[in-house]
Design a protein around this ligand. Sequence first.
Ligand SMILES: CC(C)(COP(=O)(O)OP(=O)(O)OC[C@H]1O[C@@H](n2cnc3c(N)ncnc32)[C@H](O)[C@@H]1OP(=O)(O)O)[C@@H](O)C(=O)NCCC(=O)NCCS
Length: 261
Amino acid sequence: MDIIDLDEKFLGDYLVCLEGWSDEIKEGGIHKEIWYRRMKDKGLRVKLALVDGKPVGMIHYVPVEHAFAEGRDSYFIHCIWVHGHKKKGVGDHRKKGIGTALLAAAEEDARSLGAKSMAAWGVSLPVFMRASWFKKHGYRKVDKNSVALLLWKPFTDDAEPPQWIREKKKPQGAEAKVVVTAFKNGWCPAMNMVFERAKRAAAEFGDTVEFRPVETSDRATFLEWGIADGLFVDGKQVRTGPPPSFKKIKKKIARRLRSKR
Ligand SMILES: CC(C)(COP(=O)(O)OP(=O)(O)OC[C@H]1O[C@@H](n2cnc3c(N)ncnc32)[C@H](O)[C@@H]1OP(=O)(O)O)[C@@H](O)C(=O)NCCC(=O)NCCS
């Protein structure tokens, strides 16, 4: 197994999170690519794990100033992912130490770039990026926002822990129509997929539903709201992990519309 920096040859694999076999992930459109083009000049780092020359794992991290946390002299891990689907694509590569190797490579890279610490988000439930996995690798919880834990590993004695940037304002509804507000940062194809599904679902109702996109890869916009990715129907948040289906989103909008009549 080799760990390499992302190069153009594997850009397509990275943009679909190594799941080129999945039609679902393509629903996320080109948002990750737009985000990537923007962030690569702002310090985005991407590493891939290759087995037999094929990418089976990835990690990407950004200077904390471009993440959803407030901090300094630190990098923030948006995503670590080792392909785990048994009969799809490159198959299951988990539990072979690849995740550990990716994390170690990212930490070494961050240190060499002068960072005093590494941060990551993790979920307190046994799904997605499990907080417990990071804790086993020396990270500790320094902040919490519902189930999203902010995990942190200092490299130096004078490193300062980051904090979550919290929601600052809530999307509003409107009198005469249903408002679907969709926040999109771009870094996560699953969240991009939710954005696209919500846009399509809203369009099916014509003028009775207004779709309001909020592009949070624009830092000022993100800071104005304190929400990076999310879906709201008339100000009520829709759970997006795991991504709701198109049908489910459409149903929620229809229900809300009926309640207004
Ligand atoms: C978290 C994650 C990156 C870990 O990757 P991984 O390659 O399986 O990690 P490791 O192999 O280093 O460690 C996993 C386990 O395998 C065990 N292991 C490591 N090497 C091993 C080996 N050679 N043989 C057997 N077991 C091994 C480890 O002890 C560890 O045990 P644990 O489950 O008790 O922690 C992976 O599970 C993943 O991608 N999860 C989904 C994360 C996600 O949702 N990301 C997207 C968020 S946007």
